[in-house]
Write a protein that binds this ligand. Structure first.
Ligand code: PLP
Length: 540
Protein backbone atom coordinates (compact mmCIF):
# COMPACT_ATOMS: atom_id res chain seq x y z
CA UNK A 1 0.00 0.00 0.00
CA UNK A 2 1.09 3.59 -0.68
CA UNK A 3 1.89 4.95 2.72
CA UNK A 4 1.74 8.71 2.25
CA UNK A 5 -1.81 8.85 0.94
CA UNK A 6 -3.26 6.55 3.55
CA UNK A 7 -5.35 7.95 6.39
CA UNK A 8 -3.94 7.64 9.90
CA UNK A 9 -6.16 5.40 11.98
CA UNK A 10 -6.57 5.35 15.77
CA UNK A 11 -7.79 1.89 16.79
CA UNK A 12 -9.59 1.73 20.15
CA UNK A 13 -10.00 -1.52 22.02
CA UNK A 14 -10.56 -2.53 25.64
CA UNK A 15 -8.10 -5.43 25.36
CA UNK A 16 -4.99 -6.46 23.41
CA UNK A 17 -3.55 -9.96 23.11
CA UNK A 18 0.06 -9.20 22.25
CA UNK A 19 1.84 -12.01 24.03
CA UNK A 20 0.73 -14.69 26.42
CA UNK A 21 2.09 -13.23 29.66
CA UNK A 22 1.22 -9.60 29.00
CA UNK A 23 -2.23 -9.93 30.52
CA UNK A 24 -4.15 -7.23 28.73
CA UNK A 25 -6.55 -9.68 27.11
CA UNK A 26 -9.49 -11.92 27.91
CA UNK A 27 -10.23 -13.62 24.62
CA UNK A 28 -11.01 -13.32 20.93
CA UNK A 29 -11.60 -9.56 20.85
CA UNK A 30 -8.19 -8.88 22.33
CA UNK A 31 -6.45 -11.47 20.18
CA UNK A 32 -7.94 -9.79 17.12
CA UNK A 33 -6.73 -6.37 18.29
CA UNK A 34 -3.23 -7.72 18.92
CA UNK A 35 -3.12 -9.39 15.52
CA UNK A 36 -4.39 -6.17 13.92
CA UNK A 37 -1.46 -4.16 15.34
CA UNK A 38 1.11 -6.81 14.47
CA UNK A 39 -0.10 -6.96 10.88
CA UNK A 40 -0.28 -3.14 10.65
CA UNK A 41 3.33 -2.97 11.78
CA UNK A 42 4.45 -5.50 9.18
CA UNK A 43 2.53 -3.77 6.41
CA UNK A 44 3.91 -0.36 7.40
CA UNK A 45 0.47 1.15 7.91
CA UNK A 46 -0.04 4.42 9.80
CA UNK A 47 -2.06 3.05 12.69
CA UNK A 48 -2.06 3.85 16.38
CA UNK A 49 -3.63 1.66 19.06
CA UNK A 50 -5.39 2.97 22.17
CA UNK A 51 -6.03 0.68 25.13
CA UNK A 52 -5.74 0.26 28.88
CA UNK A 53 -2.84 -0.98 31.00
CA UNK A 54 -4.72 -3.37 33.27
CA UNK A 55 -3.34 -3.86 36.73
CA UNK A 56 -4.81 -7.34 37.06
CA UNK A 57 -6.07 -8.16 33.62
CA UNK A 58 -8.64 -10.91 33.24
CA UNK A 59 -9.29 -13.64 35.77
CA UNK A 60 -6.97 -16.60 36.28
CA UNK A 61 -8.84 -19.88 36.30
CA UNK A 62 -8.02 -22.74 38.66
CA UNK A 63 -9.84 -26.01 39.08
CA UNK A 64 -10.46 -26.83 42.73
CA UNK A 65 -10.33 -30.24 44.42
CA UNK A 66 -14.08 -30.36 44.01
CA UNK A 67 -13.72 -30.13 40.24
CA UNK A 68 -15.23 -26.64 40.18
CA UNK A 69 -13.43 -23.64 38.64
CA UNK A 70 -12.58 -20.66 40.81
CA UNK A 71 -11.07 -17.29 39.98
CA UNK A 72 -7.90 -15.63 41.12
CA UNK A 73 -6.38 -12.27 40.31
CA UNK A 74 -2.82 -11.15 40.61
CA UNK A 75 -1.25 -7.74 40.35
CA UNK A 76 1.13 -7.29 37.47
CA UNK A 77 4.20 -5.13 37.62
CA UNK A 78 5.05 -2.62 34.96
CA UNK A 79 8.52 -4.08 34.48
CA UNK A 80 8.30 -4.90 30.82
CA UNK A 81 11.22 -3.61 28.81
CA UNK A 82 8.92 -2.73 25.90
CA UNK A 83 6.73 -0.51 28.12
CA UNK A 84 7.82 3.15 28.10
CA UNK A 85 6.57 6.08 30.13
CA UNK A 86 5.55 8.82 27.66
CA UNK A 87 5.54 11.47 30.40
CA UNK A 88 2.01 12.36 29.30
CA UNK A 89 -0.95 12.43 31.65
CA UNK A 90 -4.48 13.36 30.67
CA UNK A 91 -7.45 14.23 32.82
CA UNK A 92 -11.04 13.00 32.63
CA UNK A 93 -13.96 13.71 34.94
CA UNK A 94 -15.64 10.73 36.57
CA UNK A 95 -18.42 11.18 39.14
CA UNK A 96 -17.52 14.87 39.06
CA UNK A 97 -13.96 14.19 40.23
CA UNK A 98 -10.78 14.61 38.23
CA UNK A 99 -9.13 11.32 37.31
CA UNK A 100 -5.64 11.33 35.86
CA UNK A 101 -4.63 8.80 33.25
CA UNK A 102 -0.97 8.12 32.75
CA UNK A 103 -0.10 7.21 29.17
CA UNK A 104 2.30 4.36 28.47
CA UNK A 105 3.75 3.35 25.14
CA UNK A 106 4.28 -0.23 24.00
CA UNK A 107 7.46 0.42 22.16
CA UNK A 108 7.73 -2.53 19.82
CA UNK A 109 5.35 -1.56 17.06
CA UNK A 110 7.23 1.19 15.19
CA UNK A 111 4.71 2.65 12.74
CA UNK A 112 1.83 1.10 14.72
CA UNK A 113 2.47 2.21 18.32
CA UNK A 114 0.12 1.17 21.12
CA UNK A 115 -0.68 3.67 23.89
CA UNK A 116 -2.11 2.38 27.16
CA UNK A 117 -3.94 4.43 29.79
CA UNK A 118 -3.45 3.76 33.47
CA UNK A 119 -5.19 5.24 36.54
CA UNK A 120 -3.02 3.45 39.10
CA UNK A 121 -1.01 6.56 40.06
CA UNK A 122 -0.78 8.53 43.33
CA UNK A 123 -2.73 11.54 42.01
CA UNK A 124 -5.94 9.51 42.00
CA UNK A 125 -8.20 8.72 44.91
CA UNK A 126 -9.61 5.78 42.97
CA UNK A 127 -6.67 3.99 41.41
CA UNK A 128 -8.58 0.82 40.62
CA UNK A 129 -10.53 1.96 37.57
CA UNK A 130 -7.99 0.21 35.36
CA UNK A 131 -7.84 -2.78 37.72
CA UNK A 132 -9.78 -5.69 36.28
CA UNK A 133 -10.59 -6.26 32.63
CA UNK A 134 -14.36 -6.99 32.42
CA UNK A 135 -14.27 -7.58 36.17
CA UNK A 136 -17.09 -5.23 36.98
CA UNK A 137 -20.38 -3.98 35.58
CA UNK A 138 -22.40 -0.82 36.19
CA UNK A 139 -20.52 2.23 37.43
CA UNK A 140 -17.05 0.72 37.28
CA UNK A 141 -17.48 -0.45 33.70
CA UNK A 142 -18.63 3.02 32.68
CA UNK A 143 -15.61 4.53 34.46
CA UNK A 144 -13.34 2.25 32.45
CA UNK A 145 -15.09 3.26 29.25
CA UNK A 146 -14.65 6.95 30.08
CA UNK A 147 -10.92 6.32 30.47
CA UNK A 148 -10.67 4.38 27.20
CA UNK A 149 -12.89 6.63 25.08
CA UNK A 150 -12.61 10.16 26.42
CA UNK A 151 -9.16 9.65 27.92
CA UNK A 152 -8.02 7.97 24.72
CA UNK A 153 -8.91 10.94 22.50
CA UNK A 154 -7.28 13.33 24.97
CA UNK A 155 -4.13 11.17 24.99
CA UNK A 156 -3.92 11.44 21.19
CA UNK A 157 -4.22 15.25 21.45
CA UNK A 158 -1.62 15.46 24.22
CA UNK A 159 0.77 13.28 22.23
CA UNK A 160 0.27 15.48 19.18
CA UNK A 161 -0.89 12.62 16.97
CA UNK A 162 -3.15 13.68 14.10
CA UNK A 163 -5.86 11.18 13.34
CA UNK A 164 -8.05 10.86 10.24
CA UNK A 165 -10.14 7.84 11.22
CA UNK A 166 -11.18 6.51 14.62
CA UNK A 167 -11.90 2.77 14.59
CA UNK A 168 -13.93 1.49 17.54
CA UNK A 169 -13.32 -2.21 17.93
CA UNK A 170 -16.55 -3.08 19.80
CA UNK A 171 -18.85 -0.74 21.71
CA UNK A 172 -16.63 -0.14 24.77
CA UNK A 173 -14.97 2.75 22.95
CA UNK A 174 -18.03 4.75 21.87
CA UNK A 175 -17.52 7.51 24.46
CA UNK A 176 -14.61 8.61 22.27
CA UNK A 177 -17.31 9.69 19.82
CA UNK A 178 -18.93 11.82 22.52
CA UNK A 179 -15.56 13.49 23.14
CA UNK A 180 -15.10 14.18 19.41
CA UNK A 181 -18.54 15.84 19.37
CA UNK A 182 -17.76 17.91 22.47
CA UNK A 183 -14.49 19.13 20.93
CA UNK A 184 -16.24 20.40 17.84
CA UNK A 185 -19.00 22.12 19.81
CA UNK A 186 -16.51 23.82 22.15
CA UNK A 187 -13.65 24.61 19.82
CA UNK A 188 -15.40 25.24 16.53
CA UNK A 189 -18.73 26.57 17.79
CA UNK A 190 -20.73 23.87 16.02
CA UNK A 191 -24.23 22.91 17.11
CA UNK A 192 -24.74 19.40 18.47
CA UNK A 193 -26.22 18.24 15.16
CA UNK A 194 -23.37 19.73 13.12
CA UNK A 195 -20.75 18.26 15.43
CA UNK A 196 -22.40 14.82 15.33
CA UNK A 197 -22.56 14.87 11.54
CA UNK A 198 -18.93 15.93 11.20
CA UNK A 199 -17.81 13.35 13.77
CA UNK A 200 -19.57 10.52 11.95
CA UNK A 201 -17.32 11.07 8.94
CA UNK A 202 -14.32 10.17 11.12
CA UNK A 203 -15.55 7.00 12.81
CA UNK A 204 -15.81 3.36 11.74
CA UNK A 205 -17.15 0.65 14.00
CA UNK A 206 -16.73 -3.11 14.31
CA UNK A 207 -19.49 -5.06 16.04
CA UNK A 208 -18.71 -8.52 17.33
CA UNK A 209 -21.51 -10.32 19.01
CA UNK A 210 -24.87 -11.64 17.85
CA UNK A 211 -25.67 -12.58 21.48
CA UNK A 212 -28.09 -9.96 22.86
CA UNK A 213 -26.58 -9.82 26.35
CA UNK A 214 -23.15 -9.27 24.82
CA UNK A 215 -24.31 -5.84 23.65
CA UNK A 216 -23.88 -3.72 26.73
CA UNK A 217 -26.32 -0.99 27.69
CA UNK A 218 -26.51 1.55 30.50
CA UNK A 219 -29.21 3.69 32.09
CA UNK A 220 -29.02 7.27 30.89
CA UNK A 221 -29.18 8.53 34.48
CA UNK A 222 -26.14 6.43 35.36
CA UNK A 223 -24.21 7.84 32.41
CA UNK A 224 -25.14 11.39 33.47
CA UNK A 225 -24.11 10.71 37.07
CA UNK A 226 -20.79 9.22 35.95
CA UNK A 227 -20.06 12.15 33.63
CA UNK A 228 -20.02 9.94 30.54
CA UNK A 229 -22.27 12.51 28.81
CA UNK A 230 -19.22 14.78 28.75
CA UNK A 231 -21.30 17.96 28.45
CA UNK A 232 -24.11 16.56 26.30
CA UNK A 233 -27.69 16.63 27.54
CA UNK A 234 -29.57 13.48 28.46
CA UNK A 235 -31.76 13.96 25.35
CA UNK A 236 -28.69 14.16 23.13
CA UNK A 237 -27.30 10.98 24.68
CA UNK A 238 -30.62 9.26 24.02
CA UNK A 239 -30.55 10.32 20.37
CA UNK A 240 -27.20 8.56 20.00
CA UNK A 241 -27.60 5.40 22.05
CA UNK A 242 -31.32 5.06 22.72
CA UNK A 243 -33.05 4.41 26.06
CA UNK A 244 -31.34 2.70 27.80
CA UNK A 245 -28.10 3.71 26.10
CA UNK A 246 -26.93 0.74 24.06
CA UNK A 247 -23.22 0.81 23.26
CA UNK A 248 -23.65 -1.04 19.96
CA UNK A 249 -26.50 1.23 18.85
CA UNK A 250 -24.31 4.21 19.75
CA UNK A 251 -21.48 2.74 17.68
CA UNK A 252 -23.81 2.32 14.72
CA UNK A 253 -25.06 5.91 15.00
CA UNK A 254 -21.67 7.49 15.58
CA UNK A 255 -19.96 5.86 12.60
CA UNK A 256 -20.08 6.33 8.85
CA UNK A 257 -19.73 2.60 8.24
CA UNK A 258 -19.68 -0.52 10.41
CA UNK A 259 -18.73 -4.15 9.88
CA UNK A 260 -19.56 -7.61 11.13
CA UNK A 261 -16.65 -10.03 11.45
CA UNK A 262 -17.64 -12.68 8.90
CA UNK A 263 -19.99 -12.74 5.93
CA UNK A 264 -22.63 -14.61 7.90
CA UNK A 265 -22.22 -12.35 10.93
CA UNK A 266 -22.66 -9.27 8.72
CA UNK A 267 -26.07 -10.66 7.66
CA UNK A 268 -26.94 -11.57 11.23
CA UNK A 269 -25.99 -8.09 12.49
CA UNK A 270 -28.11 -6.45 9.79
CA UNK A 271 -31.11 -8.48 10.92
CA UNK A 272 -30.37 -7.92 14.57
CA UNK A 273 -30.24 -4.13 14.24
CA UNK A 274 -32.73 -3.62 11.40
CA UNK A 275 -35.14 -1.72 13.71
CA UNK A 276 -32.48 0.89 14.52
CA UNK A 277 -32.91 4.18 12.66
CA UNK A 278 -30.11 6.44 11.51
CA UNK A 279 -27.48 3.72 11.70
CA UNK A 280 -24.39 3.21 9.58
CA UNK A 281 -24.50 0.54 6.88
CA UNK A 282 -23.13 -2.76 8.22
CA UNK A 283 -20.82 -4.58 5.82
CA UNK A 284 -18.82 -7.78 6.35
CA UNK A 285 -15.09 -7.90 6.82
CA UNK A 286 -14.07 -11.35 7.94
CA UNK A 287 -11.47 -11.49 10.70
CA UNK A 288 -7.98 -12.74 10.00
CA UNK A 289 -5.03 -13.90 12.08
CA UNK A 290 -1.40 -12.85 12.35
CA UNK A 291 0.46 -15.79 10.85
CA UNK A 292 3.76 -14.97 12.56
CA UNK A 293 2.06 -15.46 15.92
CA UNK A 294 -0.16 -18.45 15.24
CA UNK A 295 1.28 -20.57 12.45
CA UNK A 296 4.22 -22.87 13.10
CA UNK A 297 7.11 -22.15 10.75
CA UNK A 298 7.98 -25.82 10.39
CA UNK A 299 4.50 -26.61 9.07
CA UNK A 300 4.62 -23.74 6.60
CA UNK A 301 8.03 -24.92 5.39
CA UNK A 302 6.88 -28.51 4.91
CA UNK A 303 3.79 -27.25 3.08
CA UNK A 304 5.88 -25.13 0.75
CA UNK A 305 8.37 -27.92 0.12
CA UNK A 306 5.53 -30.27 -0.67
CA UNK A 307 6.80 -33.12 1.49
CA UNK A 308 6.74 -34.24 5.10
CA UNK A 309 3.59 -32.41 6.12
CA UNK A 310 2.17 -35.26 8.19
CA UNK A 311 5.56 -36.01 9.79
CA UNK A 312 5.97 -32.40 10.78
CA UNK A 313 2.47 -32.37 12.18
CA UNK A 314 3.25 -35.45 14.26
CA UNK A 315 6.23 -33.59 15.71
CA UNK A 316 3.97 -30.73 16.78
CA UNK A 317 1.46 -33.22 18.12
CA UNK A 318 4.18 -34.76 20.30
CA UNK A 319 5.06 -31.29 21.59
CA UNK A 320 1.41 -30.80 22.54
CA UNK A 321 1.33 -34.20 24.24
CA UNK A 322 4.41 -33.26 26.30
CA UNK A 323 2.84 -29.91 27.14
CA UNK A 324 -0.34 -31.62 28.33
CA UNK A 325 1.71 -34.15 30.32
CA UNK A 326 3.62 -31.40 32.13
CA UNK A 327 0.41 -29.60 33.02
CA UNK A 328 -1.79 -32.54 33.97
CA UNK A 329 0.29 -35.71 34.30
CA UNK A 330 -1.81 -37.32 31.55
CA UNK A 331 0.18 -38.93 28.75
CA UNK A 332 -1.91 -38.96 25.60
CA UNK A 333 -1.23 -41.43 22.79
CA UNK A 334 0.47 -39.93 19.74
CA UNK A 335 -0.94 -42.65 17.49
CA UNK A 336 -4.55 -41.92 18.36
CA UNK A 337 -6.85 -39.21 17.10
CA UNK A 338 -6.56 -36.04 19.15
CA UNK A 339 -9.33 -33.43 19.13
CA UNK A 340 -8.75 -29.89 20.41
CA UNK A 341 -11.49 -27.68 21.80
CA UNK A 342 -10.83 -24.38 23.51
CA UNK A 343 -13.52 -21.75 23.83
CA UNK A 344 -14.92 -19.34 26.30
CA UNK A 345 -17.36 -21.28 28.50
CA UNK A 346 -20.52 -19.57 27.24
CA UNK A 347 -23.73 -21.60 26.79
CA UNK A 348 -24.06 -20.95 23.05
CA UNK A 349 -20.63 -22.50 22.44
CA UNK A 350 -21.87 -25.82 23.88
CA UNK A 351 -18.45 -27.05 25.02
CA UNK A 352 -19.92 -30.34 26.20
CA UNK A 353 -22.07 -31.09 23.15
CA UNK A 354 -19.91 -34.09 22.33
CA UNK A 355 -20.98 -35.71 25.63
CA UNK A 356 -24.70 -35.40 24.82
CA UNK A 357 -25.06 -39.10 24.19
CA UNK A 358 -22.47 -41.03 26.13
CA UNK A 359 -23.65 -44.28 24.58
CA UNK A 360 -22.48 -43.05 21.21
CA UNK A 361 -19.12 -41.64 22.25
CA UNK A 362 -18.22 -43.52 25.45
CA UNK A 363 -16.66 -46.62 23.89
CA UNK A 364 -14.42 -44.49 21.67
CA UNK A 365 -13.16 -42.64 24.73
CA UNK A 366 -12.68 -45.84 26.75
CA UNK A 367 -10.79 -47.47 23.86
CA UNK A 368 -8.87 -44.25 23.41
CA UNK A 369 -9.79 -44.10 19.76
CA UNK A 370 -10.76 -40.51 20.42
CA UNK A 371 -8.85 -38.21 22.76
CA UNK A 372 -10.01 -34.68 23.54
CA UNK A 373 -8.15 -31.78 25.09
CA UNK A 374 -10.39 -28.99 26.41
CA UNK A 375 -9.62 -25.53 27.68
CA UNK A 376 -11.64 -22.38 28.33
CA UNK A 377 -12.90 -20.11 31.05
CA UNK A 378 -16.20 -18.51 31.87
CA UNK A 379 -16.72 -14.95 33.01
CA UNK A 380 -16.01 -14.76 36.78
CA UNK A 381 -19.61 -13.76 37.47
CA UNK A 382 -21.15 -16.35 35.15
CA UNK A 383 -22.22 -19.41 37.12
CA UNK A 384 -23.61 -21.12 34.04
CA UNK A 385 -20.17 -20.95 32.42
CA UNK A 386 -18.62 -22.46 35.52
CA UNK A 387 -21.13 -25.33 35.44
CA UNK A 388 -20.05 -26.06 31.87
CA UNK A 389 -16.40 -26.26 32.93
CA UNK A 390 -17.30 -28.43 35.93
CA UNK A 391 -19.16 -30.87 33.64
CA UNK A 392 -16.10 -31.23 31.42
CA UNK A 393 -13.84 -31.70 34.43
CA UNK A 394 -16.19 -34.49 35.51
CA UNK A 395 -15.62 -36.17 32.15
CA UNK A 396 -11.85 -36.01 32.66
CA UNK A 397 -12.40 -38.07 35.84
CA UNK A 398 -14.59 -40.54 34.03
CA UNK A 399 -12.23 -40.95 31.05
CA UNK A 400 -8.88 -40.01 32.63
CA UNK A 401 -6.74 -41.32 29.79
CA UNK A 402 -8.57 -39.68 26.93
CA UNK A 403 -10.28 -36.50 28.15
CA UNK A 404 -8.13 -33.66 29.47
CA UNK A 405 -8.91 -30.17 30.69
CA UNK A 406 -6.18 -27.50 30.71
CA UNK A 407 -6.93 -24.78 33.24
CA UNK A 408 -6.49 -21.07 32.58
CA UNK A 409 -6.79 -20.87 28.77
CA UNK A 410 -4.34 -18.30 27.44
CA UNK A 411 -2.39 -17.56 24.27
CA UNK A 412 0.18 -20.29 25.00
CA UNK A 413 -2.49 -22.95 25.33
CA UNK A 414 -4.20 -21.53 22.24
CA UNK A 415 -0.97 -21.80 20.26
CA UNK A 416 -0.16 -25.33 21.39
CA UNK A 417 -3.64 -26.69 20.73
CA UNK A 418 -4.18 -25.09 17.33
CA UNK A 419 -0.97 -26.58 15.99
CA UNK A 420 -0.75 -29.88 17.86
CA UNK A 421 -4.26 -31.31 17.66
CA UNK A 422 -5.37 -33.42 14.70
CA UNK A 423 -8.87 -31.97 14.57
CA UNK A 424 -10.30 -28.64 15.71
CA UNK A 425 -13.85 -29.01 16.96
CA UNK A 426 -16.29 -26.09 16.98
CA UNK A 427 -19.97 -26.50 17.75
CA UNK A 428 -21.73 -23.21 18.52
CA UNK A 429 -25.45 -22.64 18.10
CA UNK A 430 -25.59 -21.13 14.64
CA UNK A 431 -25.61 -18.14 14.00
CA UNK A 432 -24.22 -17.01 17.36
CA UNK A 433 -20.50 -17.45 16.67
CA UNK A 434 -19.52 -14.21 14.97
CA UNK A 435 -16.18 -15.36 13.54
CA UNK A 436 -14.05 -17.87 15.47
CA UNK A 437 -10.42 -17.10 14.78
CA UNK A 438 -9.10 -20.19 16.56
CA UNK A 439 -10.38 -22.26 13.64
CA UNK A 440 -8.26 -20.14 11.28
CA UNK A 441 -5.17 -20.78 13.41
CA UNK A 442 -5.88 -24.50 13.25
CA UNK A 443 -6.57 -24.51 9.51
CA UNK A 444 -3.28 -22.79 8.62
CA UNK A 445 -1.41 -25.32 10.76
CA UNK A 446 -3.01 -28.20 8.87
CA UNK A 447 -5.27 -29.06 11.82
CA UNK A 448 -8.55 -30.09 10.24
CA UNK A 449 -11.68 -28.18 11.23
CA UNK A 450 -14.75 -30.15 12.23
CA UNK A 451 -17.29 -27.40 12.66
CA UNK A 452 -20.84 -26.19 12.52
CA UNK A 453 -21.32 -23.86 9.53
CA UNK A 454 -21.05 -20.72 11.62
CA UNK A 455 -18.79 -17.67 11.78
CA UNK A 456 -15.97 -17.85 9.24
CA UNK A 457 -16.40 -21.54 8.38
CA UNK A 458 -19.12 -21.24 5.68
CA UNK A 459 -16.65 -19.08 3.73
CA UNK A 460 -13.82 -21.59 3.96
CA UNK A 461 -15.33 -25.04 4.20
CA UNK A 462 -15.09 -27.45 1.29
CA UNK A 463 -16.67 -30.38 3.05
CA UNK A 464 -14.50 -33.50 3.03
CA UNK A 465 -11.73 -31.67 1.20
CA UNK A 466 -10.21 -29.12 3.63
CA UNK A 467 -12.12 -30.17 6.76
CA UNK A 468 -15.70 -31.11 7.62
CA UNK A 469 -18.95 -29.37 8.38
CA UNK A 470 -21.78 -30.88 10.36
CA UNK A 471 -25.34 -29.73 10.95
CA UNK A 472 -25.85 -28.47 7.36
CA UNK A 473 -26.47 -24.92 8.60
CA UNK A 474 -29.57 -25.88 10.51
CA UNK A 475 -31.01 -23.13 12.75
CA UNK A 476 -33.80 -23.15 15.30
CA UNK A 477 -35.02 -20.95 18.13
CA UNK A 478 -35.90 -24.14 19.95
CA UNK A 479 -32.53 -24.88 21.53
CA UNK A 480 -33.53 -28.35 22.64
CA UNK A 481 -34.31 -29.30 19.06
CA UNK A 482 -31.23 -27.53 17.72
CA UNK A 483 -28.87 -29.19 20.20
CA UNK A 484 -30.31 -32.62 19.51
CA UNK A 485 -30.00 -32.12 15.77
CA UNK A 486 -26.43 -30.89 15.98
CA UNK A 487 -25.25 -33.57 18.42
CA UNK A 488 -26.54 -36.29 16.08
CA UNK A 489 -24.87 -34.61 13.14
CA UNK A 490 -21.61 -34.38 15.07
CA UNK A 491 -21.61 -38.09 15.90
CA UNK A 492 -22.45 -38.97 12.33
CA UNK A 493 -19.56 -37.03 10.80
CA UNK A 494 -17.06 -37.72 13.55
CA UNK A 495 -17.64 -41.47 13.76
CA UNK A 496 -18.36 -42.20 10.09
CA UNK A 497 -15.97 -39.82 8.35
CA UNK A 498 -13.30 -38.33 10.61
CA UNK A 499 -12.37 -41.44 12.61
CA UNK A 500 -12.21 -43.81 9.58
CA UNK A 501 -10.17 -41.33 7.54
CA UNK A 502 -7.74 -40.81 10.38
CA UNK A 503 -7.15 -44.50 11.05
CA UNK A 504 -7.51 -45.97 7.56
CA UNK A 505 -6.47 -43.34 5.06
CA UNK A 506 -3.47 -41.28 6.18
CA UNK A 507 -2.82 -40.30 2.57
CA UNK A 508 -6.18 -38.63 2.30
CA UNK A 509 -5.65 -37.03 5.71
CA UNK A 510 -2.40 -35.46 4.56
CA UNK A 511 -4.06 -34.30 1.35
CA UNK A 512 -6.79 -32.63 3.41
CA UNK A 513 -4.16 -30.93 5.58
CA UNK A 514 -2.60 -29.53 2.44
CA UNK A 515 -5.97 -28.25 1.23
CA UNK A 516 -6.69 -26.77 4.63
CA UNK A 517 -3.53 -24.68 4.46
CA UNK A 518 -3.88 -23.84 0.78
CA UNK A 519 -7.42 -22.53 1.09
CA UNK A 520 -6.90 -20.42 4.23
CA UNK A 521 -3.31 -19.18 4.29
CA UNK A 522 -3.95 -15.90 2.45
CA UNK A 523 -7.71 -15.64 2.70
CA UNK A 524 -7.85 -15.55 6.50
CA UNK A 525 -4.69 -13.63 7.28
CA UNK A 526 -4.80 -10.36 9.22
CA UNK A 527 -3.07 -8.74 6.23
CA UNK A 528 -6.11 -9.40 4.05
CA UNK A 529 -8.36 -8.08 6.81
CA UNK A 530 -6.36 -4.84 7.12
CA UNK A 531 -6.35 -4.36 3.36
CA UNK A 532 -10.15 -4.61 3.44
CA UNK A 533 -10.43 -2.21 6.37
CA UNK A 534 -8.51 0.34 4.30
CA UNK A 535 -10.32 -0.35 1.03
CA UNK A 536 -13.87 -0.71 2.32
CA UNK A 537 -13.99 1.44 5.46
CA UNK A 538 -11.10 3.83 6.07
CA UNK A 539 -10.79 5.32 2.59
CA UNK A 540 -14.51 5.24 1.74
C1 PLP B 1 -7.56 -17.38 19.17
C2 PLP B 1 -7.94 -17.22 20.59
C3 PLP B 1 -9.25 -16.86 20.93
C4 PLP B 1 -10.33 -16.64 19.92
O1 PLP B 1 -10.77 -17.84 19.40
P1 PLP B 1 -12.29 -18.16 19.07
O2 PLP B 1 -12.22 -19.09 17.94
O3 PLP B 1 -12.98 -16.89 18.73
O4 PLP B 1 -12.84 -18.79 20.30
C5 PLP B 1 -9.54 -16.70 22.28
N1 PLP B 1 -8.62 -16.89 23.22
C6 PLP B 1 -7.36 -17.25 22.94
C7 PLP B 1 -6.39 -17.44 24.04
C8 PLP B 1 -6.98 -17.43 21.60
O5 PLP B 1 -5.72 -17.78 21.33
Amino acid sequence: MENKKLPRVAYFCMEYGLESNFKLYAGGLGILAGDYLKAAKEMGLPVVGIGILWKQGYTEQHIGEDGYPYDAYRNYTRNYDFLKDTGVKVKVKIRNKDVYCKVWLVDSFDNAPLYLLDTDIPENGDRWITGQLYGWFGEERVAQEIVLGIGGVRALRALGIDVDIYHFNEGHAVLAGIELIREKMENQGMSFEEAWEATRKEIVFTTHTPVKEGNESHDLELLMYMGANNGLTIEQLAQIGGVPFNMTVAGLRLSKIANGVSKLHGQTANKMWQHIENKAPIISITNGIHRGTWVDKRITEAYKKGTGLLETHNLLKKELIDFVYKKTGVKLDADKLLIGFSRRAAPYKRSDLIFTNEKAIGEYLRDRKIQIVFSGKGHPLDDVGKEIVARIVKMTKKYPESVVFLEDYDMTIGKMLTRGADVWLNNPRRPLEASGTSGMKAAMNGVLNLSILDGWWPEACIDGVNGWQFGDGFESDNFEELDKHDAEALYDVLLNKVVPTYYNDKKKWEEMMKESIRTTFEAFSANRMLQEYYDLMYTK
